[in-house]
Design a protein around this ligand. Structure first.
Ligand SMILES: C[S@@+](CC[C@H](N)C(=O)[O-])C[C@H]1O[C@@H](n2cnc3c(N)ncnc32)[C@H](O)[C@@H]1O
Length: 266
């Protein structure tokens, strides 16, 4: 099984995609010296710790995965960061923070409207929310192709037909902006950027394991029970597909679409 508690065991070292995108978002986010900041979907806390260095205000990291929060607490015990288990849908804060930083997490919100409305309520007037996440339904054609190959293999076809995607994706930056505007935000910028990198198939599988696997290999995202050997078979089929995607140089041209959005509470 792959969920974020499982993934937390190796996330820090393999999550290069989220890390480089997170660094870009970091560069776009204004954090003032006294700002109170919430890192929503903080994972193992490395970006929360980077936020800590920029402000003397309160810094909070929230994540629904117990494993991620335990990792974060163990990694940054002395840095005056409150790491809490929780999720965006149950965020119970009002006029409490100046900045919400949210990297590689938006796609996991189960109820995007109420989650973003909660974020708007949590911010003080003039507060900013900075978001980066995979975007477009074919957010990564390589991962989508590998998942679709589960429908071609006899050992995985029947079970994968029961996969129900938990993700919310939009195909345009305007659609992302609309969701934020609908709950009262003013959107300062919203842009989908295309990223590409050349990677050996094993590295592609590592990146798959830091995020996509938490849906494609998670029984909670299927409306049937898994046969005992499903995860092993699915991993084999996906590994084979990434190997087939590689060129003669044994490198895969890995493509990603990502939304970068900055919104302000009036
Ligand atoms: C790909 S990780 C990103 C972690 C970190 N922000 C980073 O950039 O490395 C996605 C995180 O979102 C968290 N998450 C999933 N659903 C969430 C929700 N509804 N509200 C808040 N966080 C959520 C997961 O537990 C996971 O730690």
């Amino acid at each position: 099984m792959s969920d974020f508690t499982d993934i937390s065991k190796h996330y820090r070292h393999s999550a290069e995609l989220q890390k480089s995108a997170g660094e870009q978002l970091f560069g776009m986010t204004v954090i003032n010296r006294t700002d109170d900041v919430l890192d929503l979907g903080c994972g193992p806390g490395h970006l929360t710790a980077a936020v800590r260095k920029l402000t003397e205000g309160r810094v909070i990291g929230i994540d629904p995965s117990k494993g991620m929060i335990e990792k974060a607490e163990a990694a940054y015990p002395d840095q005056r960061i409150s790491f809490l288990i929780g999720d965006a849908e149950h965020l119970d804060m009002a006029d409490a923070v100046d900045v919400i930083f949210c990297n590689s997490t938006l796609q996991w919100f189960r109820d995007m409207n109420s989650a973003i409305a909660n974020c708007c309520r949590a911010l003080r007037s003039g507060g900013r929310m900075a978001v980066q996440a995979p975007a477009r339904h074919r957010y990564c054609p390589n991962f989508v192709h590998a998942a679709e190959s589960l429908l071609q293999d006899d050992s995985t076809r029947t079970t994968f037909q029961h996969f129900r995607s938990p993700w919310i994706f939009f195909d345009t930056a305007e659609e992302y902006a609309e969701v934020f505007e609908r709950v009262g935000f003013r959107v300062l910028s919203s842009e989908i950027r295309e990223v590409s990198m050349m990677c050996p198939p094993e590295k592609v599988m590592e990146m798959f394991d830091t995020g996509a696997a938490a849906a494609y290999l998670n029984p909670e995202c299927y409306d049937c029970t898994f046969p005992e050997d499903y995860i092993a078979n699915a991993r084999r089929v996906i590994v084979q597909d990434f190997a087939r995607q590689a060129g003669e140089d044994n490198l895969v041209n890995l493509l990603f679409s990502r939304i970068y959005l900055i919104a302000q509470k009036p």
